[in-house]
Design a protein around this ligand. Structure first.
Ligand code: ADP
Ligand code: ADP
Length: 229
């Protein structure tokens, strides 16, 4: 489960200016869609619509065949995990940061989520492991480590749909490649991935949609888009 379908979705923040002009696409369950395009293309807007922060002006958004207009924001939050570009961590332990929002998470579940985010090797090197304090008064994490903690935190919720909103854009390309490889593995384990990204460096996506000014400019996979351009 976790099929996402946009049916001719039109959206405007202000009555007189449409931001998305009839977007039509489907992400099959467990598939990976990368939405690429320049800043202002509408990628974050699309993610906000999936959470029902806003509703479309026309068209429908369906998850597993159900129009999300009939679904509460709360239950959508349970179905969709999101990792933003610059995840904010608490000045607390790594374990606390991964388990945050899941009060009853057991150490085994936290470990499992860390493994899913490929954090286990890093944590094993820390003398205090999961009890390591991070942030201002503790260990300063690199951008990549922070994003992995954020991914682990999101994985702990087991969301059928995972949205990465420029989650690796601020990282150096080697770290980005490593995290994208981790994401490729995650999507094999019953998770639908939607990745919003400035550049088409997401080689593992089943489909890439190039968004420009709220319209689909091109679509294909990494190889076919490279061949065209
Ligand atoms: P992207 O994520 O691709 O950078 P956005 O979805 O953030 O693009 O923005 C798409 C367009 O919508 C831009 O023109 C942006 O200025 C506009 N926009 C974004 N948020 C708002 C808002 N809250 N009110 C009005 N316009 C907005
Ligand atoms: P993101 O980087 O996630 O796309 P934005 O820069 O779009 O974030 O949004 C930052 C804040 O400014 C949000 O609350 C967004 O709704 C608002 N915003 C963005 N663009 C506009 C705009 N053109 N007019 C009004 N508000 C905007």
């Amino acid at each position: 489960d976790g099929t996402v379908r946009f049916e001719n979705v039109v959206f405007a923040y202000d009555e007189d200016r449409d931001i998305l002009h009839g977007l039509d696409f489907e992400v099959p369950a467990d598939g990976t869609l990368a939405i690429v395009g320049p800043s202002g293309a509408g990628k974050s807007t699309l993610a906000r619509l999936l959470f029902r922060f806003y509703d479309p002006k026309a068209g429908r958004i369906l998850i597993d065949g159900q129009d999300i207009a009939a679904v509460t924001q709360e239950s959508l939050r349970g179905a969709i995990g999101i990792v933003p570009q610059d995840s904010v961590l608490f000045n607390d332990t790594i374990g606390y940061n991964i388990g945050y929002g899941r009060e009853g998470a057991s150490p085994a579940e936290i470990q499992e989520a860390a493994r899913g985010a490929a954090l286990d090797e890093f944590i094993a090197k820390l003398p205090d492991g999961y009890d390591t304090q991070v942030g201002e008064r503790g260990l300063k994490l690199s951008g990549g480590e922070k994003q992995r903690v954020a991914i682990a935190r999101t994985l702990l919720k087991n969301p059928p749909i995972l949205i990465l909103d420029e989650a690796t854009s601020a990282l150096d390309s080697r770290t980005e490649d490593e995290i994208q490889a981790t994401l490729a593995r995650i999507s094999e384990r019953r998770t639908t991935l939607i990745i919003a990204h400035r550049l088409s460096t997401i080689t593992h996506a089943d489909e890439i949609i190039v968004l420009n000014d709220g319209r689909i400019a091109e679509r294909g996979n990494h190889a076919s888009l490279l061949a065209q351009n």
